[in-house]
Design a protein around this ligand. Structure first.
Ligand code: ADE
Length: 240
């Protein structure tokens, strides 16, 4: 997968060299190019923003540098493959595990990181395929949201995570929150690991884990359960 990120703070992309993302890049599964939006300004002060039409607080990013950057990075003419252009914004569609899986299947993504009050609506309308929010809170810009999305997407690229099962067991993979996990020692600070996990009975362990996931989801995210087709056994566990 190829990823381009346009931002006025390319240094924000340094964490993409670390850990799972860094390894995916080293292995050639992920190619990331950062671009400084100010490279497409034409004035001496390299201005990217201006006051909002209609009044109000803050500044808005001007359309011209964005259009020039997107023409250069994403290409505007010819039959060549076009990337999926994404604008992170708190006003976007919610980012979910399913959305991450959809984006992981794309060959080429371009993230446009806005700052201030956002990017001029006309250039967003002209270029963006998706406007995406990572949650109901406001960040200072799209850079951290882009890092979040890229980590979720990269984990889903074939072969990026060592053990494919660890992806299919993740919270949300079955629409449920994952229950607690344990490792050695079997007793720590007077607290024992649940006996069933030491039993070697794989059927009992799978049932135990599902019950834990159901109970945790019922307590913390009841709205997720409503979207699932629970059988009678699951219903009993949830009702306990
Ligand atoms: N930019 C600022 N806040 C954001 C959010 N919650 N999601 C995506 N992009 C953002």
């Amino acid at each position: 997968m190829r990823v381009d990120v346009i931002t006025i703070f390319p240094d924000y992309l340094e964490p993409l060299r670390l850990s799972l993302l860094g390894k995916a890049r080293d292995r050639g599964m992920l190619r990331v190019h950062g671009h400084d939006l100010r490279d497409w300004t034409t004035d001496r002060h390299r201005t990217v923003d201006d006051t909002p039409y209609g009044g109000g607080p803050g500044m808005v990013m001007r359309p011209e540098p964005w259009d020039a950057a997107l023409r250069a990075v994403a290409g505007s003419d010819g039959p060549a493959p076009r990337p999926r252009v994404i604008v992170p914004t708190p006003a976007g569609r919610p980012f979910t595990q399913a959305y991450a899986a959809e984006l992981a299947a794309e060959p080429w993504l371009v993230f446009c990181c806005g700052r201030y009050e956002g990017i001029d609506g006309r250039v967003v309308e002209a270029w963006a395929d998706d406007e995406i929010s990572i949650g109901d809170y406001v960040l200072s810009g799209g850079e951290v949201a882009t890092l979040v999305m890229l980590e979720a997407i990269t984990r889903l690229l074939p072969g990026a995570v060592g053990n494919a099962e660890s992806i299919s067991d993740d919270s949300f993979a079955h629409g449920l929150l994952e229950g607690p996990v344990y490792t050695r020692p079997p007793e720590w600070d007077g607290r024992r690991v649940p006996d069933v996990l030491l039993s070697g009975d794989h059927g009992a362990i799978a049932r135990f884990r599902r019950d834990q996931a159901l109970r945790r989801t019922a307590r913390r995210r009841p709205e997720l359960l409503a979207a699932l087709d629970l059988d009678d056994r699951d219903q009993r566990v949830v009702a306990e």
